[in-house]
Design a protein around this ligand. Structure first.
Ligand SMILES: [Zn+2]
Ligand SMILES: [Zn+2]
Length: 337
């Protein structure tokens, strides 16, 4: 099969031929329909720490059709459609008992490799997709699930005033789930205007640019300080910003993947008596909710996709994403396109 490989920092991804994968016990193999590119993929290939070894396969946002089944798999049959969960825990430790496999204390198994024609998938982690969901949407389950959990943790009501800092794919996924809950009073706070159109297609028309005086503008647009701020930018400075914006006793949900220190003045948080709550990925329930949401509101979710390319165009599209020259939404790769 063909797969896209990371070669080295500063080099474009390369198409290589690898042996077709075989399913181990508890696994299936899918013919990958689409694989999304994530900010963490850029991170792992940028040389800023946690860099992948050369010749690594990549891609953790993917789905496809089951074409081979390993031993002891009863949840799937040939021809089923699924979305893969990229991390699967041991299933019985304290971490796994939370429902979030990434919290496994026994070292989770990683199921990446979605940037390939075929990929191995843990049957236990995957969610079956109804046949009414297009396989082209299967790669949206993973990024949507991140927003699904964050919104579940925040538990807004319809009247909540909300700010999303950073309207990238994860911020847009938060927007999607807020709208599913009927929350309408939402400001998207961005450092550039390039995602304004995307946000508006997904029901986020209150789009403001970071700058002097924006805090007053946010209060005037929302009719008060936000009850909830979602931090989906993952850059230093956002926590101070979120604490500055939040109403007294409000909640900040932290989703951004930031590998640099981000200093805050604790007294500022204290003076707001606010909650800062991190939210890491998702549970199986979130995956199932995303399969349902794609079935019922696929158009809205699909609005976050700005580009779908085949392997030939993928290396250049990947570098455009890194350089911020893409459309600002989700880049999907079709291994067969
Ligand atoms: Zn991701
Ligand atoms: Zn575990």
């Amino acid at each position: 099969m063909r797969a896209l490989l990371f070669k080295a920092v500063g080099k474009p991804l390369e198409v290589a031929t690898l042996p077709d994968p075989e399913p181990n016990e508890g696994e299936v193999v899918v013919r990958v329909s689409r694989c999304g590119v994530c900010g963490t993929d850029l991170h792992a290939t940028s040389g800023h720490g946690m860099t992948l070894p050369p010749d690594s396969t990549m891609g953790h946002e993917f789905g496809g059709e089951v074409v081979a089944i390993g031993k002891n798999v009863d949840r799937f049959k040939l021809g089923d459609h699924l979305a893969a969960m990229p991390v699967v825990g041991c299933g019985h430790c304290e971490g796994c008992k939370t429902g979030i496999d990434m919290l496994c204390q026994n070292g989770w198994a990683q199921y990446g490799g979605g940037l390939a024609e075929y990929a191995r998938v843990s049957a236990r982690g995957a969610v079956k997709l109804p046949k009414t969901v297009s396989l082209a949407d299967s790669a949206l389950v993973e990024p949507l699930a991140v927003g699904c959990r964050a919104v579940r943790v925040a538990n807004p009501d319809k009247d909540s005033k909300v700010v999303i800092i950073g309207p990238g794919p994860i911020g847009l996924s938060v927007l999607f789930w807020l709208r599913q809950r009927g929350v309408e009073n939402i400001v998207l706070l961005a450092s550039t205007g390039r995602r304004k159109g995307l946000a508006s297609k997904m029901g986020g028309d209150k789009f403001l640019l970071e700058g002097d005086g924006v805090a007053d503008e946010i209060r005037s647009v929302l009719g008060g300080s936000p009850d909830i701020v979602f931090e989906a930018a993952g850059v230093p400075g956002v926590f101070a910003r979120a604490i500055d914006l939040i109403r007294p006793q409000g909640t900040i949900i932290a989703l951004g993947f930031c590998m640099q220190p981000d200093p805050i003045v604790p007294a500022m948080g204290l003076m707001k008596d606010c909650t800062i709550r991190w939210s890491i990925v998702y549970s199986r329930e979130d995956y199932a909710a995303c399969a349902d949401a794609l079935n019922n509101h696929g158009d809205l979710a699909r609005a976050m996709v700005t580009e779908t390319v085949g392997f030939a165009e993928a290396p250049a599209a990947f570098e455009n994403l890194r350089a911020g020259k893409d459309g600002g939404g989700k880049l999907l790769i079709d291994p067969w396109g």
